[in-house]
Design a protein around this ligand. Structure first.
Ligand SMILES: Nc1ncnc2c1ncn2[C@@H]1O[C@H](COP(=O)(O)OP(=O)(O)OP(=O)(O)O)[C@@H](O)[C@H]1O
Ligand SMILES: [Mg+2]
Length: 278
């Protein structure tokens, strides 16, 4: 294993879809890169939304190669495969932003019976700790499955994006239940820290309805201070970045600036000691 500091590993998790996991992941990658950190996205969603957004299509190797073990061959060290899989993000991204891309067939790993497969990601990321300061893992919205399990084993911290809708609330509740299994005494990752719930895709004043108000109140009543002060608003520039495979930090306009400010604040909540890492 190469020498290096402990890597920061942060997973974005919710058990509901469309709550902002991928957007929060790519926003945090963008602001971490802007601050000069060597940052990598880890795309564990077989639909490859983050991979695509970070400008990678048809990667030679993917997270699937890190997880997959051919039963007829001697298993290779995931750390070694990770070094071959890690690629720089596409041309619109800064050169200190990297990604472990995914491919569609990675979805097959969810039902893979290989022993200890869930531990391969942790080994892979630790094997990159001389190259990368901080990892952000984009998880699929699947409840309690092996892929999300592997992310929770590898991570030091978890962020839970939640929209102010029923799905946001339920996705957070189910994710917290899954995380509790991981962190219970004797569980696979007792040191895992829940940074908090981040309100995401929140309508601006004009479109903020009673329904949003209701779910915001429910979130706060149930989880109190676990609901982070950062609010990520619903701004159409988000979709522009996604379509153009570019970081939010390169997008023009006021809304992009406001989102960047939100992601910076969120990065600070997530890794308060960041300055020491640069
Ligand atoms: N702050 C925002 N403003 C406007 N649109 C947003 C914002 N954040 C996310 N979106 C959009 O909302 C949709 C869902 O967001 P995103 O893909 O990040 O959620 P997800 O939880 O990763 O979804 P999935 O579970 O399907 O992977 C996307 O079309 C995304 O571009
Ligand atoms: Mg996603």
């Amino acid at each position: 294993m190469p020498e290096g500091e402990d890597p920061e590993i942060v997973a974005e998790v919710s058990e509901k879809g469309g709550v902002g996991k991928t957007s929060v992941t790519s926003g945090l990658i963008a602001v971490a890169a802007e601050q000069g950190l060597r940052v990598a996205g880890v795309d564990l969603d077989p639909r490859a939304t983050l991979t695509d957004e970070m400008g990678i299509t048809d990667p030679k190797l993917s997270v699937n190669d890190i997880y997959f073990v051919d039963p007829d061959e001697r298993p290779r060290d995931p750390a070694e495969i990770a070094r071959e899989t890690l690629v720089r993000a596409g041309k619109h991204w800064p050169s200190n932003a990297w990604i472990l891309p995914t491919v569609r067939k990675f979805g097959n790993r969810e039902t893979d019976q290989t022993t200890s497969m869930e531990y391969r990601l942790k080994r892979a990321l630790w094997g990159l700790r001389d190259l990368i300061d901080i990892f952000f893992i984009d998880c699929p919205p699947r409840p309690g499955g092996k892929i999300v399990g592997s992310a929770l084993i590898a991570s030091k911290k978890v962020l839970i994006p939640a929209t102010l809708q029923k799905d946001g609330y339920l996705g957070a509740r189910e994710a917290l239940a899954t995380i509790e299994h991981q962190t219970s005494p004797g569980g696979p990752n007792p040191d895992l820290e829940v940074v908090g719930i981040v309100r995401s895709i929140v309508p601006t004043k004009r479109n903020f309805t009673k329904v949003h108000e209701h779910w915001e109140k429910r979130l706060q009543e149930k989880w109190g201070d676990l609901v982070l002060p950062t609010v990520l608003h619903d701004y159409s520039v988000r979709e522009v970045c996604r379509t153009g495979s570019m970081p939010i930090t390169s997008a023009p306009g006021r809304e992009a600036k406001l989102l960047v400010a939100g992601y910076r604040e969120l990065l600070h909540h997530t890794v308060p000691t960041l300055k020491e890492k640069r």
